[in-house]
Write a protein that binds this ligand. Structure first.
Ligand SMILES: Nc1ncnc2c1ncn2[C@@H]1O[C@H](COP(=O)(O)OP(=O)(O)OP(=O)(O)O)[C@@H](O)[C@H]1O
Ligand SMILES: C[C@H](N)[C@H](N)CCCCCC(=O)O
Ligand SMILES: [Mg+2]
Length: 211
């Protein structure tokens, strides 16, 4: 089975962390957020630990923890930190590892490097989290094109939100990307409701892969 998977999204706030928590919980894996920008309130790692019920040793420490809730390149500049690609080598573990980017694919880490550049080096399969709401067709198709232009393996699209049958169909038909499933908006978001929704919404064999 695939041991490492990257969770990206069409934008910030699409639900990557919630989806990653559901996935890490179901795969009984590890979670890693390489760059956390914004330290007020719960961090993404803390959300995942809570929602996935992961013990602390399964949530790997972030390579960079930046104070301002901004694009990482700017947040780093404000903190006087230079993000170096060399610090973002993914750990090799015997169990599945779910890695979450920040924002969308073109988000900069510094003035030269974006997340997509790191993903192109990693060559790990990527799950693209996409909203189901209006505007997602454009964002999702552009993101798929950007991945394909760099030969980054796309495991598929995880839709997040309430069902929009034609929107989802249109994205799948134009992109040719696999639709992994859909995580609905959960009015009550707990470890239990998330796990149940992930089981109902996704076929995990297709996400986990067969190698
Ligand atoms: N399926 C869902 N049901 C209910 N609430 C959700 C769901 N998915 C996401 N949310 C809520 O939407 C908000 C944004 O989600 P999330 O933090 O997962 O986004 P993100 O894509 O990880 O953002 P970032 O780019 O900051 O990492 C959060 O408040 C989260 O609790
Ligand atoms: C602070 C936020 N929650 C994310 N971690 C970072 C989002 C960066 C988005 C940059 C952009 O696309 O304009
Ligand atoms: Mg997140």
């Amino acid at each position: 089975m695939t041991q490492r998977i990257v969770i990206t999204g069409t934008d910030t706030g699409v639900g990557k962390t919630v989806f990653a928590a559901g996935l890490a919980g179901l795969l009984d894996g590890f979670y890693w957020k390489p760059v956390q920008s914004g330290l007020d309130g719960e961090t993404d790692s803390e959300v995942v630990a809570r929602l996935a019920g992961l013990p602390s040793e399964r949530v790997l420490p972030e390579a960079y923890r930046l104070r301002s809730p901004l694009s990482p390149h700017r947040s780093a500049e404000i903190d006087g930190v230079a993000i170096k690609a060399a610090d973002l080598a993914f750990p090799v573990l015997p169990t599945p590892l779910v890695i979450e980017g920040s924002g969308g694919l073109m988000v900069p880490l510094n003035r030269r490097t974006r997340f997509i550049d790191i993903f192109a080096e990693w060559r790990l399969p990527v799950i693209l989290c996409a909203r189901t709401t209006l505007g997602t067709i454009n964002h999702t198709l552009l993101s798929v094109e950007a991945l394909r232009a760099r030969s980054i393996p796309l495991a598929g699209i995880a839709f997040i939100g309430d069902e929009m049958a034609d929107t989802q169909r249109t994205i799948v038909e134009f992109s040719g990307a696999p639709q992994l499933g859909r995580l609905p908006h959960l009015d009550v978001l707990t470890g239990k409701t998330l796990r149940d929704a992930m089981v109902a919404g996704f076929a995990f064999a297709s996400i986990a892969g067969g190698d």
